[in-house]
Write a protein that binds this ligand. Sequence first.
Ligand SMILES: NC(=O)c1ccc[n+]([C@@H]2O[C@H](COP(=O)([O-])OP(=O)(O)OC[C@H]3O[C@@H](n4cnc5c(N)ncnc54)[C@H](O)[C@@H]3O)[C@@H](O)[C@H]2O)c1
Ligand SMILES: CC(C)[C@H](C(=O)O)[C@@H](O)C(=O)O
Ligand SMILES: [Mg+2]
Length: 355
Amino acid sequence: MAYKITVIPGDGIGQEITDSAVEVLKAADKKFNLGLEFDYHDAGGTAYDKFGTPLPQETIDACKAADGVLFGAVGGDKWDKVDPAKRPEKAILGLRKALGLYANLRPVKVADALVEYSPLKPELVKGVDLVIVRELIGGIYFGEKCESEQHNGAERAWDLENYSVPEVERIANLAFETAKLRRGKVTSVDKSNVLATSRLWRRTVAKVAENYPEVECNNLYVDNCAMQIAVNPTQFDVIVTGNLFGDILSDEAAVVGGSIGMLPSASIGECTSLYEPIHGSAPDIAGQGIANPIGTILSAAMLLRYSLHEEAAADAIEAAVDKALGEGYRTPDLWKEGFTKVNTSEITKIISERV
Ligand SMILES: NC(=O)c1ccc[n+]([C@@H]2O[C@H](COP(=O)([O-])OP(=O)(O)OC[C@H]3O[C@@H](n4cnc5c(N)ncnc54)[C@H](O)[C@@H]3O)[C@@H](O)[C@H]2O)c1
Ligand SMILES: CC(C)[C@H](C(=O)O)[C@@H](O)C(=O)O
Ligand SMILES: [Mg+2]
């Protein structure tokens, strides 16, 4: 039986990093005889330029029909002035919604080889192993919005944040189930000292926690959490939070491991799951062949594990990444004196060979 993987390179470095991940997947396919088939589709600014929409219906249909989706990144200055409803970012937001991907798992694990690359002191970073469980299709991202209106003689804009109990329950349940398979601790992050949505969030998480007496649960305000990630990141096991806070905290947590280019993610929900690095299209380095593809390669490993249940192949890719890093190969975002500087295609080949 063949597995169908829909690949959406998108914009900027999206093409380079998805090419890398597909090359590594092909190496895994060769070794484990997986029967992978790749099917490419457009989204983002590239799709807007071709079709006048960032998310063509045929891309959504292809994702629905696939066993897993591998997504690169979308966006870029070139499209900053297009109608907000047609911005490239609408592609990933629209796909998450169309596929019902309510949960985004962002694991941050600092490989021993990378401890000294962190902007934090090595003793703070050693042993960091946490996962951010971010609610992905609710909150202020998807609330009613107004781009511009007149109010008391001045122009204003607004975005409405809302969360319902069922929306919080399903993400909280997933966070507790995830914690049960890990170290048994959930930290729920909100701003319940100010926001009504956060108070509902905190009440609902507390109710869900009653069903998981074996899991320890604590709450942090988001501002304190941002500080705690910098001063004591090893305290975290599972962090569960809303859409906007999860977006911000995951970029912060990503660099604890040295570079945003390293962090993979899995978005899961009601239909096909989607796998993407957490970073964006990096217009400042696009086309130079120097992007770090490891976040996308590790996202591909997550696809093999969670969507195709090909555990051995996923393990082999993760081990190959660790081995390449352990042998001292570094893309420019992580390079320093004494290590071997490699570009995107070189690190891809090195990882593929080690699979
Ligand atoms: N899921 C997505 O598609 C996604 C995610 C985030 C941002 N974006 C979009 O990407 C565009 C650029 O956003 P931004 O600059 O704020 O964030 P970004 O993540 O693209 O880049 C931030 C910085 O990190 C660096 N960087 C990111 N990924 C890297 C990698 N793999 N290797 C080496 N360096 C890397 C970039 O060079 C840049 O200096 C925007 O249009 C934004 O909306 C898209
Ligand atoms: C591109 C943007 C819409 C997206 C988000 O905010 O969710 C990105 O920052 C991410 O983290 O995946
Ligand atoms: Mg983000």
